[in-house]
Design a binder for this molecule. Structure first.
Ligand SMILES: *Cc1c(COP(=O)(O)O)cnc(C)c1O
Length: 402
């Protein structure tokens, strides 16, 4: 393997994000390939028994087994770490593998977690159902309420866990406030940054300790693979997360890492174009529906905060219809171009009804607590011409009497 400039942190950390996204972390084999090589291998061979011993003793930094190291996966990890401004990153099998690993690697029985009540359904399930089974208690709060964060802290609070903007309520959390409160109390902040990605928002710039990702969303960006990542300090990744990951194995497959590497090359371009289109579509839709939530529209209750910590609003927004589930399902069924799909971050525009899909599993009480109503719909704005999306929404709204 030949190390390129992309492997030299004294060079890559000086590059701007668009350059890091293309060249960061690149290794080249003796073939000199331009695009990153895909190493579909589970194991590695050695020249001698002494080499094996040296590698397992940590005296030689070669590869030993793909649960521990894989060149393609390491290229993805280095690229994401650079973009995030993090010392280190470990790729994961999916976004949920990333969230579970980021929490379980550092929590023990008797610890306490404060989490935002508005969250991706499975993230909420971890806090409400999985952690308590291992003696880890959670308190869920309105994350836009500063006093609620402070009031929820207990002597055994170890982690703050939240996403911003939140899925699907589009609540924005004040990163600077929450991260500095955590620091004051020795609490680790774990931020799920799937909606914005480092291209729009870098939580570590505001003091976050750990940033966890579903790379399935904007990083792949074309709806192909499941993948995830956890970023943090070298100490956290190597000494807290790695012992957990190496022995439990929630690893990202090399093929999926390679697809994410290709996606990262165009992340900046895509997310800015999709954000521009989302703003245009949301501006149209806002006049036709009772309530619409998009952080970069002045009508969003935290518009100023969103502008302070994000470069653009991202591709996703949600809106509410007064006609409940029948009208929401009616609108979905009337769409001709936009697909009915619960995925996000895709280059295709996709719409879903969270109460009967992504947030079905948390149950009606938790949905009411989070503000996910029966009339709520979530739209991921893709890379199509926004005028075609507006025309499709226009005809579908007319069919349901709006
Ligand atoms: C999709 C998503 C996840 C889960 O990611 P997967 O890759 O589907 O496992 C977690 N958090 C948020 C905010 C998401 O949108």
């Amino acid at each position: 393997m030949k190390r390129t400039a992309g492997q030299d942190r004294s060079i890559t950390t000086k590059w701007r994000p668009a350059t890091q996204a293309i060249r960061g972390g690149t290794w080249r084999s003796e073939m000199g390939e331009t695009s990153e090589a895909l190493f579909l291998t589970s194991g590695y061979t050695y020249d001698s028994a002494a080499t094996v011993a040296a590698r397992f003793a940590g005296e030689d930094d070669g590869m030993t087994y793909s649960r521990l190291q894989n060149p393609t996966v390491q290229m993805m990890e280095e690229r994401i770490a650079l973009l995030e401004g993090a010392e280190a990153c470990r790729a994961q099998a999916s976004g949920m593998a990333a969230m579970t690993t980021a929490l379980l690697c550092q929590l023990s029985a008797g610890d306490h977690v404060v989490a935002a009540k508005a969250a991706f359904g499975s993230c909420r399930w971890l806090v409400d159902n999985l952690l308590p089974r291992f003696g880890i208690q959670g308190t869920t709060i309105d994350a836009s309420d500063k006093a609620a964060w402070e009031a929820a802290i207990r002597p055994n609070t170890k982690v703050f866990f939240f996403e911003s903007p939140a899925n699907p309520t589009m609540d924005v959390v004040d990163l600077e406030f929450v991260c500095s409160l955590a620091k004051k109390h020795g609490i680790v902040t774990v931020v799920d940054n799937a909606f914005a990605t480092s291209a729009l928002q870098r939580p570590m710039d505001f003091g976050a300790d750990v940033v966890a990702y579903s790379a399935t969303k904007m990083m792949d960006g074309q709806g192909r693979v499941l993948a995830g990542a956890v970023c943090g300090s070298a100490d956290f990744i190597n000494n807290v997360l790695l012992p957990f990951q190496r022995n439990t194995g929630p690893n990202c497959a090399p093929f999926n890492a390679w697809v994410v590497l290709k996606g990262l090359e165009t992340l900046d371009l895509r997310i800015h174009r999709q954000s521009e289109s989302a703003l245009k579509v949301a501006t149209f839709l806002e006049k036709r529906v009772p309530r619409l939530l998009y952080p970069f529209l002045p009508s969003h209750p935290q518009h100023e905060l969103a502008k302070k910590q994000m470069k653009a609003g991202g591709p996703i927004f949600s809106f509410d219809l007064d006609g409940g589930r029948p009208q929401a399902h009616g609108l979905l069924d009337a769409l001709e171009l936009i697909d009915i799909s619960n995925n996000i971050g895709d280059s295709r525009s996709l719409m879903c009804h969270p109460a009967s899909s992504t947030h079905h599993g948390v149950g009606p009480e938790t949905r009411a607590d989070m503000g996910v109503g029966e009339g709520m719909l979530r739209l991921n704005v893709g890379l199509e011409d926004p005028d075609d999306l507006i025309e499709d929404l226009d005809q579908a709204l007319t069919k349901v009497g709006l």
